[in-house]
Write a protein of this length. Structure first.
Length: 350
């Protein structure tokens, strides 16, 4: 082979290598709540850049972070979506497996909708009523101890509530929505109820500190319905006595089928979630494995697009499917964290 042919061969080899890198698909896992937003950005990314459309999987915040933290090799996910912040314990697992160069992307707000079929008369629930409906144990009549949850109908909790069976379709333990629901409903509503706090006061020798109660009943009233929130919507259309728990974006997408219940007399709306009046609202994130940028340049470009005004701005594309935007100042700060590859630290987490 002459020098000219060798040069051509090398050039072709280089071009093919560049093409292979450009077309290497990003793997994204995690939250079912963030899934619609991440999928839309992935489709836009594949349609408007030279890179392949990323693969986005919905397997829950906890499940996704577990896969993300399993290792740093190229076969592991580059991004984990989460409807809650990464836990310090998860960050430590990441570090122990060599995943140490992580950035946190805050993308916006979402509300947890408590919804039912649009064919049924709506009603209001307080956080306390919802907590009592789903807690594994509730206070006894004298309020001095906890007993197995006896409530079968909503009217058993309060006579003003519907005479309907308590049946709630909700996310599994691997879900960030489940974590957020437990924190914002059960823990928040029950933290000042003496029947729960007194459990720990009775065992002073063990020096047990009060752990906020978040045990959901397992007697059939709460039905774990997987990581596919659309499945919960489908179940509500078939069982009009039930209510469901899922991200606000799914309420928007299915407003012809389901309606949100008011919680503490506040309906889930964009304004109520953004200003904090709706009591079951939370932030949404994705986590970036920065070391993958070295082998796959599409990672940097994808995260840049995701954090752009085009996507998460006040009039961004993602607002059309239920994203509640951050303030401009907070968006700018969150965007700079991603663009500058600012490292997540244990001290940033709970």
């Amino acid at each position: 082979m002459n020098l000219k042919n060798i040069s051509l061969a090398l050039a072709l080899s280089s071009a093919l290598a560049t093409s292979a890198v450009a077309n290497e698909q990003l793997k994204i896992v995690g939250s079912s709540t963030v899934y619609p937003f991440s999928s839309l950005v992935a489709e836009e990314f594949g349609a408007t850049t030279k890179f392949s459309t990323p693969v986005v999987e919905s397997n829950g915040s906890g499940g996704g972070i577990k896969l993300f933290c399993a290792g740093a090799d190229k076969n592991t996910p580059s991004i984990a979506n989460a409807s809650r912040q990464m836990k310090k314990s998860e960050f430590e697992v990441c570090n122990s497996n060599g995943v140490i160069n992580i950035s946190e992307a805050l993308i916006g707000f979402d509300g947890i909708a408590i919804a039912q079929s649009s064919n049924v008369k709506s009603f209001n629930l307080t956080k306390a009523q919802l907590a009592l409906a789903l807690a594994k144990e509730v206070p006894s009549k004298d309020g001095k101890s906890l007993i197995a949850n006896p409530y079968k109908k909503w009217s058993d909790i309060d006579a003003t509530l519907p005479n309907r069976e308590i049946i709630v379709y909700g996310p599994p333990k691997s879900s960030g929505t489940r974590d957020s629901f437990e924190e914002m409903i059960l823990q928040s509503a029950l933290k000042k109820v003496s029947a729960y706090t007194d459990i720990y006061k009775k065992d002073e020798k063990a020096n047990k500190k009060y752990k906020e109660y978040s045990e959901i009943r397992t007697d059939g009233a709460y039905v774990e319905s997987g990581e596919n929130d659309n499945l919960i919507v489908q179940r509500l259309t078939k069982n009009e006595a039930a209510i469901g728990i899922f991200g606000y974006s799914y309420l928007i997408e299915n407003k012809d089928k389901v309606v949100g219940l008011s919680i503490d007399n506040v309906l889930p709306t964009v304004d109520a979630i953004a200003n904090g009046k709706y009591p079951v609202a939370r932030s949404m994130y994705f986590y970036i494995k920065n070391d993958h940028q070295k082998s796959n340049p599409s990672l940097k470009e994808f995260t840049k697009l995701f954090m752009s005004e085009k996507m998460i701005g006040d009039d961004g594309i993602l607002t059309e499917i239920g994203l509640i935007p951050l303030s401009k100042e907070t968006r700018t700060k969150a965007r700079n964290v991603v663009l500058n590859n600012t490292l997540l630290k244990a001290s940033d987490l709970h």
